[in-house]
Design a protein around this ligand. Structure first.
Ligand SMILES: C[S@@+](CC[C@H](N)C(=O)[O-])C[C@H]1O[C@@H](n2cnc3c(N)ncnc32)[C@H](O)[C@@H]1O
Length: 385
């Protein structure tokens, strides 16, 4: 595909997403219909679409409207490129710009336009991050790093780096966590690499790894990942300690890949249908469902789908999970609460409300990770009683 044809395809996919189709579904549908598109084309189109979603408001200003075509026009203007070079009407390139399109477009002025956020969200960013909110919002408009976790059960950092290099994946250690490697080149080769297939590495964001490093696990402890999903957190913990590992999720189907991942990692994780029937635990981790605001550069359409009502529903679910999980902790044990959100309502406010509701618990420690070139926004609180 020519660069123009990729832009045209991206504009059409964006129109579907703007009409309500989830981004992944729209991209997959396009790839299925477009057998002529090679892997480089698919990757380029995906990059265009995701970048336009990250910067939807500022590109809409620059492009003069909120259609796929206007967003791609805005993207070219934002990148300092002359759109006329791409909007040529030749082959499968977008049609030549009309006079109205050439005249339309202005620099983003409002805060929401400049920082690519829905207006209602700005007080939430400001409330949580103070003067740093602009930098965080800005960071969410860029691409996320690809970060790997070295599985210390199977490899050292040096061994993992060498194995990745054999398969053309270039990575370097990241300061954020002892086990974190940031991929510098060959990210698309990770999944097929020997290092991945043999469980020397896993894909895991740097902040999640750093947070799991903060959770000390005594030998022989019974540890429950109460909102396990694909099991990324319990696998990170299990790579570093000898303990009994359990995983639970309200939607058990989300744990479907966990047995394979655990086998590859060389650890044993017992899946629980009903955690309450499995006795008590020395450590219960609640990696709760959240807005995901710390990860929106990876899932940029989620930024625009979030509403104040949804945020409020999520905070209720989070509080209920904490209360339920607290009842599963053995006397003298610990309860950990984690989100990949930047918002105070989902982090500190939840912590404060929990210790008010359950005064036999006290906050031992809490920590934030900001959106960076090594990790997403993340929050961890550890309670003791
Ligand atoms: C942030 S995700 C977990 C991600 C996972 N820990 C990982 O590292 O891959 C939150 C998970 O909580 C689950 N969940 C939602 N409500 C729940 C509830 N009431 N009790 C337990 N799990 C719940 C969701 O199904 C989802 O898989």
């Amino acid at each position: 595909m020519t660069p123009g044809a990729r832009i045209q395809a991206s504009a059409e996919i964006l129109d579907e997403i703007l009409a309500g189709v989830p981004a992944e579904k729209a991209l997959t549908g396009w790839a299925r219909r477009s057998r002529f598109a090679g892997s480089k084309d698919r990757a380029a189109v995906r990059d265009h679409v995701f970048q336009a979603l990250r910067c939807r408001r500022s590109y809409a200003c620059l492009g003069g409207g909120e259609t796929g075509r206007a967003l791609m026009l805005g993207a070219l203007r934002a990148g300092g490129r002359d759109p006329a070079e791409v909007f040529t009407g030749e082959g499968h390139s977008p049609a030549v710009l009309s006079d109205a399109e050439q005249a339309a477009g202005q620099a983003p002025e409002t805060l929401g336009d400049r920082f690519d956020l829905p207006d209602w969200m700005i007080p939430h960013f400001e409330g949580a991050l103070g003067a740093k909110w602009c930098a965080a919002a800005q960071a969410l408009t860029g691409r996320a790093p690809v970060v790997l976790r070295v599985n210390l059960r199977k490899a050292t950092v040096a061994v993992a780096l060498a194995a990745l290099a054999e398969d053309g994946v270039e990575a370097k250690p990241a300061e954020i966590a002892d086990t974190a490697l940031v991929v510098c080149a060959g990210a698309r080769r990770v999944a097929a690499s020997r290092a991945y297939r043999e469980g020397l590495i896993e894909l895991q964001d740097g902040s999640s790894q750093a947070a799991m490093e903060c959770l000390a696990v005594p030998p022989g402890a019974r540890v429950l990942d109460y909102c396990a999903g694909g099991g990324g957190k319990v696998l990170a913990l299990a790579a570093r300690a000898e303990a009994e590992w359990f995983a639970h999720d309200a939607a058990p189907a989300r744990m479907r890949d966990l047995p394979d991942r655990a086998r590859r990692a060389g650890v044993c994780v017992t899946l629980l249908e009903e955690a309450v029937k499995a006795g008590s635990f020395d450590l219960v981790l609640c990696d709760v469902p959240c807005s995901g605001s710390g990860t929106w550069r990876r899932t940029p359409d989620a930024k625009w789908r979030m509403t104040p009502e949804r945020l409020s529903e999520l905070t209720e679910v989070q509080a209920a999970i904490l209360d339920r999980a607290a009842g599963l902790v053995t006397p003298g044990g610990r309860l950990a609460y984690a989100t990949c959100s930047l918002f105070c309502e989902e982090n500190e406010a939840q912590v404060e409300a929990f210790v008010r509701r359950q005064p036999d618990w006290r906050l031992a420690t809490q920590r934030h990770w900001t959106v960076s070139d090594q990790g997403d926004g993340f929050f961890l609180a550890i309670f003791e009683r």
